[in-house]
Design a protein around this ligand. Sequence first.
Ligand code: AMP
Length: 216
Amino acid sequence: MQIILFGAPGVGKGTQAKILSQKYNIKHISTGDILRESVARKTDLGIAAKEVMDSGDLVSDDLMGGLVKETLANMDYKAGFILDGFPRTLEQCNLMDGIFEELDIEKPFFILLKADTEVIVNRLTKRRLCSKCQTIVNLNDIADLNTCPNCNANDSFIERKDDKEEVIRKRLRIYREATLPVLDYYQEKYKVAILNGTDSVEMVTSNIEKVLTGND
Ligand code: AMP
């Protein structure tokens, strides 16, 4: 099963991808996570991407196409996967079509999660990463704002540089201008499922599963 999870930053793609990846035992490919790991490891890709990412801009299509191709080619992609964060431009759509054809990957499920801008801004400005156990938390959802609910570490939360409000608004603008045209492209080619990303996590998962099983 091949799934493309599509939607604005902060709409819940990563959360859903992690759940589905465990449930169906398929690999979660998050281009944002791969880039952040590359930045942390100071690889050539990470060095090239760091400033662009911190400022909320998009990394070049060439780099992204190469990264996705390499990731897929080095895994058992026939077993299925969830793509989270790619394609993000029309050029990336072309690159993806080429990669899928070359690797003989079947037509993916294309799922769009939607949410209003202000809901996303609120979610992302409250998003934190526990530096001890890497759990992502939202300050809206936890009682003790200084303690990680997963590992109980104190004062361990860090904020992503691109989760500052002005950078979030820039990322959302780029999403509208550069990424949303991808939706039209796919709507012409495939059936696209459009789901509400502001429902509860469980409800969104259940709605995605209805799409995957053809019961939507
Ligand atoms: P994300 O975690 O998906 O929000 O991605 C974080 C950042 O990584 C984005 O703001 C971009 O700078 C970069 N990035 C991730 N995926 C892509 C992509 N497909 N194309 C270009 N830049 C990307």
